[in-house]
Design a protein around this ligand. Structure first.
Ligand SMILES: *Cc1c(COP(=O)(O)O)cnc(C)c1O
Length: 470
C-alpha cells in the first residue's frame, strides 16, 4: 500500500474528527456567511506528483477555497428554489459516503432503505400505494424518467416498442403543456422528442395554469394522436397549479399520459389548507418530486413516482449483461433508472423523515408559506415594490415600482446590489412580459428574523440608486 494511503488509514480517527470540527464550524456560521459567493479568480493548481495525505489536503483546501465558500444552504438564500439540508439529512449523506454501497441490488440493505424511504414519502404526500418510486439525481432526471416511460407508453399504443426500435413511430408525438419547467423541455431534447414537440396551451388570464377549455379543444382536434400532457403542480414564478382534477377528467375521454411536475409543489400535501391544490394527482401516470428543495436534503436527490413499473422496466432495463441477472426476474433499481451504479441517495431522506416525521414537515412547509405571505404583504404595502401575483405558496414574484422602460435596468441594478450585499439572495425572472424578481422560501432554517434582515436590505438597496443620483 502506498505510504500515504497507509498513513491516512492509521489516522482515520484524527482526520475524521478534524472534518467533523470543520463541518461544525461551517454549519454554525452558515447564517452569517454571504449568501452568494463573490466571483473570484484562482491560480492554476496542478496534480501533485507526490500527494499531501488527507490532513494536509484539508489545510490546502481551506487555504484555497475557504474564504470563497458561501452560505448557500443558509436561511436567506431565496434564489431559484434552494433548499437547505437538515442536520440528520447531512448525517445520512455523510454515511452514504461512509458505506459507499451501490444501491441497486435487491438482496442488500440499500434496496430496503430505498423502498422504505419511498414508502414514507408516499405517506407524507398521501400518494396511493399503486405508485412505485425511486431516487434520481434531481427533478430534471425525474422529469426525464417520467417522460421516458411516457414515450414507451406512447409507442405501445401504436404497437411499437420504442426502447427497442427507436423513435421513428413517434415522429409526431406532442407534449402538451401550459407552463413547463425548462428541465422538461431539456428532457424532450434528450429523449428524441425534440424541443419542437412542445405544444403550449394558453393559460387562464393572470395565471400560469392551463385554460382547460383550450386544452380540451386541442385534445378534441388531435384525438387519437400520441400525446403526453405535462402538468405543473407549482410553477417556479408564481407556484401556480394546473387543475389536475379537470385534466384527469379529460384523461378518461382522451387517451394521454399525464406527467405531473410537482418538484416542490408536492409539499402542499403536508399542510391541510393547501392539500387540495394537488387533488387529482393520484390519477397521474408519473410524478416528479424534488428532494433537495423542500425536503431539505443535500444535493443531489429527487424522486420519480409512477404506476407503470413494467413500462419503466422496458425503458431502462439492461439487456444482455449476464452478470446483472435477468431483468425480468431479479428486481434491481439499475433496470428501472437511468443510472446503473447509484449511490444510496435515499439515506439522507430516510434520516430526515425519521427525525422529523409528518409533523416536522408540516411545520417546515407552513413556516415557509407564512414567511412568503408576510413578504408578499410587505411588498404590496410598500412604495418601492409591486407584487405581480398572489403568494400562492412559497414564492413571492414582484417587481420594482418604476416606469416600465426603467424596469429591466432597475432590477438588474437592484439585484446586483442586493445579492452583492450577501445578506439575501434572489433571482430575476420575467413574468407575463414584465421583468421581475423571485424570492423562494423552502429552507428549514428561515425565520422572521431573516425576513426582517432581508426586508431592511431590500428597502435600502431599492432606495440606493436614487440617493446617489441626488
Ligand atoms: C427545480 C425544478 C426542476 C428541476 O429540478 P433540478 O432538481 O434542478 O433538476 C423541475 N421542475 C420544477 C417545477 C422545479 O422547480
Amino acid at each position: 500500500m502506498n505510504q500515504l494511503l497507509n498513513q491516512d488509514l492509521q489516522q482515520l480517527d484524527n482526520f475524521l474528527q478534524e472534518i467533523k470540527d470543520y463541518s461544525v464550524l461551517f454549519l454554525s456560521s452558515v447564517e452569517t456567511l454571504p449568501v452568494k459567493a463573490a466571483t473570484a479568480s484562482f491560480e492554476n493548481f496542478d496534480l501533485p506528483r507526490k500527494g499531501m495525505g488527507a490532513m494536509h489536503t484539508l489545510s490546502q483546501f481551506r487555504k484555497r477555497y475557504e474564504e470563497h465558500l458561501a452560505g448557500n444552504s443558509g436561511p436567506r438564500n431565496w434564489g431559484f428554489v434552494t433548499g437547505g439540508a437538515t442536520i440528520p439529512a447531512i448525517a445520512g449523506d455523510w454515511l452514504t459516503s461512509v458505506f459507499d454501497m451501490n444501491a441497486s441490488d435487491r438482496d442488500i440493505p440499500p434496496f430496503k432503505i430505498e423502498t422504505e424511504t419511498i414508502s414514507m414519502l408516499r405517506q407524507l404526500f398521501g400518494l396511493p400505494d399503486a405508485f412505485s418510486g425511486n431516487f434520481v439525481t434531481g427533478a430534471t432526471m425525474a422529469n426525464f424518467s417520467g417522460l421516458a416511460i411516457a414515450r414507451q407508453w406512447l409507442g405501445k399504443q401504436l404497437g411499437v416498442d420504442v426502447a427497442q426500435e427507436g423513435m421513428a413511430a413517434l415522429a409526431n408525438a406532442k407534449i402538451v403543456s401550459c407552463t413547463p419547467h425548462s428541465s422538461s423541455v431539456k428532457s424532450m431534447a434528450m429523449l428524441g422528442f425534440g424541443r419542437n414537440a412542445l405544444v403550449k396551451i394558453p393559460a387562464l388570464p393572470d395565471r400560469e395554469a392551463f385554460d382547460i377549455e383550450a386544452l380540451k379543444e386541442y385534445l378534441l382536434a388531435h384525438k387519437g394522436e400520441p400525446l403526453i400532457v405535462l402538468a405543473s403542480a407549482g410553477t417556479v414564478n408564481t407556484v401556480d397549479f394546473d387543475d389536475l382534477q379537470a385534466i384527469v377528467a379529460l384523461k378518461k375521454e382522451y387517451n394521454f399520459w399525464l406527467h405531473v411536475d410537482a418538484a416542490f409543489g408536492a409539499f402542499a400535501a403536508c399542510v391541510p389548507e393547501y392539500k387540495q391544490l394537488l387533488d387529482g394527482w393520484e390519477e397521474a401516470d408519473s410524478i416528479t418530486i424534488d428532494a433537495h428543495k423542500w425536503l431539505n436534503v443535500p444535493y443531489d436527490a429527487a424522486m420519480v413516482f409512477t404506476r407503470h413499473l413494467q413500462l419503466q422496466l422496458d425503458t431502462f432495463k439492461n439487456v444482455g449483461a449476464a452478470y446483472l441477472g435477468d431483468p425480468e426476474k431479479d428486481f434491481k433499481y439499475s433496470n428501472y433508472t437511468p443510472e446503473n451504479s447509484r449511490r444510496l441517495r435515499a439515506l439522507p431522506a430516510w434520516f430526515t423523515l425519521v427525525a422529523y416525521g409528518a409533523e416536522g414537515y408540516t411545520a417546515i412547509v407552513n413556516n415557509n408559506i407564512q414567511l412568503a405571505r408576510q413578504l408578499g404583504t410587505l411588498i404590496s404595502e410598500s412604495d418601492a415594490f409591486h407584487l405581480l401575483a398572489p403568494v400562492r405558496l412559497c414564492v413571492v414574484c414582484f417587481t420594482l415600482h418604476v416606469a416600465d422602460e426603467e424596469k429591466q435596468a432597475g432590477i438588474d441594478a437592484f439585484l446586483k446590489a442586493l445579492n452583492d450585499s450577501g445578506k439575501v439572495m434572489m433571482t430575476p425572472t420575467v413574468y407575463q412580459g414584465v421583468p421581475a424578481i423571485r424570492a423562494a422560501f423552502v429552507n428549514w432554517r428561515t425565520t422572521e428574523k431573516d425576513l426582517t434582515i432581508a426586508w431592511e436590505d431590500m428597502l435600502q438597496q431599492a432606495a440606493g440608486p436614487t440617493v446617489e443620483e441626488d
